[in-house]
Every structure is written in structure tokens, then in C-alpha cells.
Design a protein around this ligand. Structure first.
Ligand code: ACO
Length: 329
């Protein structure tokens, strides 16, 4: 989707749990150290829900914050998309639960599964539906409660993830502001490198599969790292090239907040100065589909960007999926 904008961001919001899990806390749970985690990932702490808290709670809180920020009422929303891999239940979609809680009676809601790329995939889908003319007020939410599928005995993965959700309200563009370009890609060849093999139809939650922890995250960290860097460079370069822009045109670049070393490796190619590069991974860890919309909401609400700013966003996740977007706020 490139060219004149059809849909623009009217408001942003975010929600993270109150409970903080620090690297020092993790030192008491697995054989790790604050030093190792900080050096390899840049993460110092992450937010985690109380066990049993569903995604819909964070997603609804983020949605209500975005609605208030946009000055839009829940009943005006006609489309709700939740990008997530940790919805409350297999069905119904978490988007339907959020729809009900915000009073969006006439909306259509559905979830979208693209792991860490869920928010940018949702932005493209909602933007296209608004461009077609059928919808006027869309909520795009990205969020995950990845701690619900973390193996807390596995030091390779448990130090990386946190919980959170972010949201934007989209409406028709004023002709200048809005989504200037998006780029989405996936490659199922690498699905085995990062997956949650249990709980689906492949490995239903039988006692044996639960015993073997198939319901937790499996990851080949080094391979994921390598692909993440190459793919995020590809996605950012492509969306900028197609828009006839360079990183110098950006007021802010928001990369997926998975690992500071991934962000730095991607930025080796682009050399975006620190003041234009958004980083909050040290505070939240990897919140999956929540990462980009949480960062966008924080950038807007801290005044780091304002109406008219050009923001680039780029992400990578399981699938593999990767994506980028350019928006004029
Ligand atoms: N604490 C201490 N030591 C650890 C820990 C830990 N938490 N985890 C692994 N180690 C050990 C390993 O066992 C290994 O020990 P060994 O040399 O004795 O075998 C050593 O540290 C080095 O392990 P590596 O896996 O080579 O470490 P690496 O530098 O690759 O860092 C990491 C691992 C942080 C997982 C990195 O590969 C990474 O970030 N990959 C990307 C993963 C990711 O971001 N996934 C999220 C989903 S996709 C996305 O959002 C981009």
C-alpha cells in the first residue's frame, strides 16, 4: 500500500501490567545474570501480568486510552483488529471481547496471527478497508501475554519476553497525514525456528504434550537473530524506496523491541541518530505484537513526535513474518 494516504492515526494508547520482573528476580529463577541479559539483549526488566490475567484486559485498556486520545467514542468504532498470538481463548476472537467492552455495537472484530508483526499487519489491513470506503473508525490493537507461554525453567527464552498491548484509532486521511506506505512479508520455511508447537491441532494439550512442555515457546535464538536483522533491513529499505524517501526524512524510527543488539545491527545499515531511534526494550523486554504500538503511544504521549511527524516502523517475528510502515502523524 503506497501513494497518497487513505487512513490516518487519530489517537494512540498503551497498557502494560504494573508488576515488574527484573533481571535480579530472574537470577533467582534460572541460572542467569543481570550482566548476561543486559549484554546480550539490553533488557533490564519486563512487565508481567498476574497469572490468569487475559490479553483482553490489556487490549481493552489500550483501546480505551487510544479512544480517549483520539476523542472518539467506542460506539463510533466499526472495525476492531487485534494482532496477537496469545488471545484469551482459541475462540472467540479477543477482538470480539474488546468490541463488547468498549461498546462498539456495530463493529466487526477479528484477530490476526502474525506474531511480533501482528500490529503492522493489522495496520495494513485496517488501512486498506478504510481506503475501500466501507469503514470510518478502526481500532488496531497489537498485544500479547507471552508470559503465558514462557517456560520459566528455560533460560534461553524466559529472560526475553514481557506482556503489554498498544492501540491506534484510524480514520480516513485528511489527504496529507496517514499511512504513506506498508510492506508485509512472510516465509514459512523457517516456521520451526520460532514456534509454540502445542495447544493447536498439531499437538493438542494432552497430558503427554503438556508434560513435554509443547505449549511453551521454542526458539533457535542465533538463527532468529540472523534472520531478524536481514529481514528488518529489507523491510525498512523497501518501504522507504517505494515512498521515494530515505531515513533522513524520518522524524522517528520505531524498530521492534526484541533485543537491543538486533536494533543496533539493523541500524548499522541505516545510521539513524540516537535521538531519532526509539528504544524502550530495557523497560519492557519483547512484548511481541505489543512492542510497536506501545512504543508509538509512548513517543506520541511524551512529545517525541507530534502532528505531521514522519514515523517509520519495522518489525520481525515468528512465521517468519516481517513488515514495515511509514506514517505521517
Ligand atoms: N543466561 C546466561 N547464559 C545463557 C542464557 C541466560 N539467560 N541463555 C543462554 N545462555 C548461554 C547459552 O547456553 C550459551 O552457553 P554455551 O556457550 O555454554 O553453550 C551462551 O549463553 C551463548 O548462547 P547463545 O545462544 O549463543 O547467545 P546469543 O549471543 O546468541 O544470545 C539470544 C542469545 C539473546 C537469545 C540471541 O540469540 C537473540 O536475541 N536472538 C533473537 C531472539 C529473539 O529476539 N526472539 C524473539 C522473537 S523474534 C523477534 O521478536 C525478533
Amino acid at each position: 500500500m503506497n501513494g497518497k494516504p487513505h487512513a490516518m492515526v487519530l489517537g494512540t494508547g498503551r497498557a502494560v501490567p504494573d508488576k515488574v520482573l527484573t533481571n535480579a528476580d530472574l537470577e533467582k529463577m534460572v541460572k542467569t545474570s543481570d550482566r548476561w541479559i543486559t549484554e546480550r539483549t539490553g533488557i533490564k526488566e519486563r512487565r508481567v501480568v498476574e497469572p490468569g490475567t487475559p490479553l483482553s484486559e490489556l487490549a481493552t485498556e489500550a483501546a480505551l486510552a487510544a479512544l480517549e486520545n483520539a476523542g472518539v467514542a467506542g460506539e463510533e468504532i466499526d472495525l476492531v483488529i487485534v494482532g496477537t498470538v496469545t488471545g484469551d481463548m482459541k475462540f472467540p476472537a479477543t477482538a470480539c471481547l474488546v468490541q463488547e467492552r468498549i461498546g462498539a455495537k456495530s463493529a466487526v472484530g477479528f484477530d490476526l496471527s502474525a506474531a511480533c508483526s501482528g500490529f503492522l499487519y493489522g495496520l495494513q489491513v485496517a488501512g486498506s478497508l478504510i481506503a475501500q470506503g466501507g469503514y470510518r473508525r478502526a481500532l488496531v490493537i497489537g498485544g500479547d501475554v507471552l508470559t503465558s507461554m514462557v517456560d520459566w525453567d528455560d533460560r534461553d527464552t524466559c529472560v526475553l519476553f514481557g506482556d503489554g498491548a498498544g492501540a491506534v484509532v484510524l480514520g480516513p486521511s485528511d489527504g496529507e497525514r496517514g499511512i504513506l506506505g506498508t510492506y508485509l512479508k512472510s516465509d514459512g520455511k523457517y516456521s520451526h525456528l520460532l514456534c509454540n508447537p502445542g495447544c493447536g491441532s498439531l499437538n493438542p494439550p494432552t497430558p503427554e504434550n503438556v508434560r513435554d512442555k509443547l505449549h511453551t515457546i521454542r526458539m533457535e535464538g542465533r538463527e532468529v537473530f540472523r534472520h531478524a536483522v536481514v529481514s528488518m533491513v529489507d523491510a525498512l529499505k523497501t518501504v522507504l524506496d517505494e515512498a521515494g524517501m530515505t531515513v533522513d526524512d524520518l522524524d522517528l524510527l520505531i524498530p521492534h523491541q526484541a533485543n537491543l543488539r538486533i536494533i543496533e545491527a539493523v541500524n548499522k545499515r541505516f545510521r539513524v541518530p540516537a535521538e531519532k531511534l526509539f528504544v524502550n526494550v530495557e523497560q519492557y523486554g519483547n512484548t511481541s505484537a505489543g512492542s510497536i504500538p506501545i512504543a508509538l503511544a509512548e513517543a506520541c504521549q511524551s512529545g517525541r513526535v507530534e502532528k505531521g511527524s514522519l514515523v517509520g516502523m519495522v518489525t520481525f517475528g515468528a512465521g517468519f513474518t516481517w513488515a514495515s510502515a511509514l506514517i505521517r502523524l
